[in-house]
Design a protein around this ligand. Sequence first.
Ligand code: NDP
Ligand code: HSE
Length: 432
Amino acid sequence: MPEVKPIRVAVLGCGTVGTEVVRLLTDQAEDLRHRIGAPVELAGIAVRRLNKDRDVPRELLTTDAAGLVTSDDVDVVVEVIGGIEPTRTWLLDALRSGKSVVTANKALLAEHAADLFEAADSSGADLYFEAAVAGAIPLLRPLRESLAGDRITRVMGIVNGTTNFILSAMDATGAGYGETLEEASRLGYAEADPTADVDGFDAASKAAILASLAFHTRVTAGDVHREGIAQVSAADIAAAKGLGRTVKLLAICERVVADGTESVAVRVHPAMIPRSHPLASVNGAFNAVFVEADAAGEMMFYGRGAGGAPTASAVLGDLVAVARNKVASGRGPRESAYAALPVQPMGNTPTRYHISLDVADKPGVLSQVAAVFAEHHVSIAAVRQEGRTEDASLVIVTHAASDAALRSTVDKIGGLPVVREVVSVMRVEGEE
Ligand code: NDP
Ligand code: HSE
């Protein structure tokens, strides 16, 4: 191979993902050189603590990330630190000085993608972020490139491994949320502070990124309706099981057309899905995402959504793409937000509910409950009642209605004197 100028790479962060990025870059240097058409060399690795024990070349470590990202000796910056600041400032500086960026940082992209793309455009640099959603699974490249000629209508999936592990375990054991979270932490499946995962922030960031790419529209994390899994009870799981369903935390991005006007609806919440649905068999820390497009039809992407090596695989794929673009003096795809569709509020979004009630078992109860649904223009799809001695268990599944109408219906039903307890309320997805 003729002598070609090496691509010099700065890696910011050397934790779970960064360590594997450095390992793959080093172990596969020769193959990468052939695949790219130029050698790839590590220019430096920015960390917080220089004296921490780690299996990377010590001479490359630095605490001066700001200096590294603007160094003339660096062509590409790989960011695997996370968080908004100071990474945002460093990546803007890198992009403005013409260095392409590869990042796994979903929180940053879900808030500041527009600024980052603008900085990339100002210098003609690339911005790639495959690892930010669903770890190793090639998903953003298909949305951004392979499906760029199609019209995507829906993206729905399981994009958080921690919550999927907890919900899978609750389904398998019948245990409650609290004790299952403790077990997940003990086994290392949940972080010491699991808030970002269990409260749905992580999935909401990923949903914002998916919706932005799928619908050519800027969607930020703040646009995403977000509910976590802390309220999912053993009773919810049991109710789902009783109806041949299971509970998953879903990220759902939809193109909605009403009265000839298009908008997008983006939400993250737990939902019951039929046990026969392909997403129902996605268990433990795995991720899976369904994409529906007009011409392509339905597609499913499945694999490891987290972990050092799987995430590093996606980072390296981006690094190869960026390096190839540099060798060819070209550029990868820029931001595509031309559609600028409005984001629909959750209240207007059509959903279906499963409602499980403990009611008094006497004449007229069902008609009182049914009247509340009728009053809110919510159509009932199925009712199941199991009598006991003085009370009964009533399970109602609705047809699609606006989420606001369904909420109001549940609030009013909860106040009926004949309703002893609203045992479980959960949205239903994956069936019609
Ligand atoms: P870790 O916490 O394991 O590692 C973070 C690294 O960043 C550490 O090496 C740390 O240095 C370094 N760091 C933190 N602050 C600074 C700073 N101010 N200056 C320089 N270095 C700093 O994180 P992960 O590897 O798990 O995650 C990295 C990114 O990848 C995040 O954006 C995350 O969301 C994303 N991601 C992670 C996945 C995973 O499975 N872990 C999956 C998909 C995406 P030190 O080692 O000295 O403490
Ligand atoms: N905390 C995330 C998860 C890591 O549980 O899926 C991957 O982004």
